[in-house]
Write a protein that binds this ligand. Structure first.
Ligand code: HAM
Length: 417
């Protein structure tokens, strides 16, 4: 037997309706916010991520699935959605359309990480990217969108943390202050954070190592260092969230793991799903489009991990409706009856009723067993006498009650059932 590669998962029928529900809800909420779908390739030229995500990040340094294709090009399976969307925005001249351009995607992503609960090597993101506006109200809209989506799914217990990591100008000053604070304790930092000290000191703030956490607990806060423009922007985002009734906590330790962020960053975090508790993360990236060869176009977005979302929904007991359940199983008792059943179920399917019949020449007892296994709500039995009278017996499986219905009325009957 050949197994699926480590860190990947088959999506089986018993689970796929949950994914469809999440994806349908995502599309529906996106529609109400005027957000259109974009689908970009599963792989990109590696440079898109080197320039986009950034060479100082864990993703680029350690986690990318990169290979040379048969033409000798360096190709990378997308580790996230934003850089590819920004590349497509530039390449397809979307900046010429009415701004802001509001996009969403549902895509698989690939990161070579150590698999554990909520962390896979192939996983799926639902994300949005708003391109073209530098205004704080679109930052707030992105966050309100995420909250609306979670509410629609009846997902509770997520904490929203927001922060501003400033712009190119003010962040430098903060990094200097942070480094001079950390210098005294550099030997106590974990090996990874010692590496980060020069390359990407901000990331030390969100290290999960307890010793690093203790050291950074009293570190200077970036909020005290951001410039007036960034500060005004952040205040406005907060005000709009307040006005929208979205609860949040300002957490100066939220810095995100990708290089493209500027100003607003945020995460929705759950305490219910173990170490990989960040279900959704995002922020503003005002330099990314330019970094990828486009004009200076600001952007903001987020992505949430669908696997983590499902873990959370299961841990808090959210019921996911399964509208693919078989409504009626038609059980024929002979060859002639099977022909009637065949046309009958197809007629019902056309009317939107989920209907099934026998494909295995089972006896009537085995058909009932099968109907039960597939969760059919009703079973209609067609025997020779029923056929002669043009009627079927319809049994409600939940309580065993039975009604005789004319075959010609069955569609109407089931539509009301
Ligand atoms: P990210 O924080 O790297 O951000 O990933 C977003 C979400 O993807 C995470 O919060 C998590 O739910 C999920 N995720 C990440 N890695 C894994 C994994 N190995 N297994 C399962 N789930 C995972 C981004 O990707 C940014 N592109 C978000 C963004 C969009 N920022 C602006 N626009």
């Amino acid at each position: 037997m050949i197994n699926a590669p480590k860190g990947t998962k088959d999506l089986l029928p018993a689970e796929s309706y949950k994914w469809q529900y999440i994806e349908n809800t995502a599309r529906e909420v996106a529609k109400n916010f005027g957000i259109s779908e974009i689908r970009t390739p599963t792989f990109e030229h590696t440079e898109v991520f080197l320039r986009g995500v950034g060479e100082g990040t864990d993703i680029v340094n350690k986690e990318m699935y990169t290979f040379l294709d048969k033409g000798g090009r360096s190709i990378t399976l997308k580790p996230e959605g934003t850089a590819g969307v920004a590349r497509a925005f530039v390449e397809n001249g979307l900046f010429n359309s009415a701004l802001p351009v509001k996009l969403f995607y549902i895509t698989q992503c690939f990161r070579y990480e150590r698999p554990q609960a909520g962390r896979l090597r192939e996983f799926h993101q639902f994300g949005i990217e708003f391109l073209g506006s530098k205004e704080a109200n679109i930052d707030a809209e992105a966050i309100v969108f995420a909250k609306t989506f979670f509410d629609k799914l009846k997902v509770t217990g997520l904490s929203l943390y927001i922060n501003s990591i400033g712009c190119k100008e003010c962040r430098g000053k903060y990094e200097d202050a942070l480094k001079s604070y950390l210098k005294a304790n550099i030997d106590k930092l974990c090996p990874l954070c010692r590496e980060r000290f020069d390359k990407n000191p901000l990331r030390i703030l969100d290290c999960k190592n307890e010793d690093c956490k203790k050291i950074t607990d009293n570190a200077p806060s970036i909020i005290d260092y951001i410039c007036e423009d960034c500060s005004t922007h952040f205040e406005k985002v907060k005000k709009l969230l307040d006005l929208s009734g979205v609860e949040y906590k300002v957490n100066p330790k939220i810095v995100r793991g990708l290089d493209y962020y500027t100003k607003t960053v945020f995460e929705f975090v759950s305490e219910n799903i173990g170490a990989q508790g960040t279900v959704c993360g995002g922020g503003r990236y005002d330099g990314l489009v330019e970094q990828l060869g486009g004009a200076s176009v600001p952007g903001i977005g987020f992505a949430l991990g669908i696997e983590r979302l499902l873990l959370l929904m299961s841990s808090i007991g959210v019921e996911i409706p399964n509208d693919g359940k078989v409504k009626i199983y038609v059980a024929p008792m002979g060859e002639k009856e099977a022909e009637v059943a065949f046309t009958l179920v197809n007629g019902m399917r056309v009317k939107g009723i989920v209907a099934e019949t026998d494909h295995m020449q089972r006896g009537i007892k085995a058909q009932f067993k099968y109907a039960d296994k597939i969760g059919a709500e009703y079973v209609a039995v067609i025997g020779s006498s029923e056929l002669a009278e043009g009627k079927v017996k319809v049994k409600k499986m939940a309580d065993g009650s039975e009604e005789t219905v004319a075959i010609t009325d069955l569609v109407e009957y089931m539509l009301k059932a």
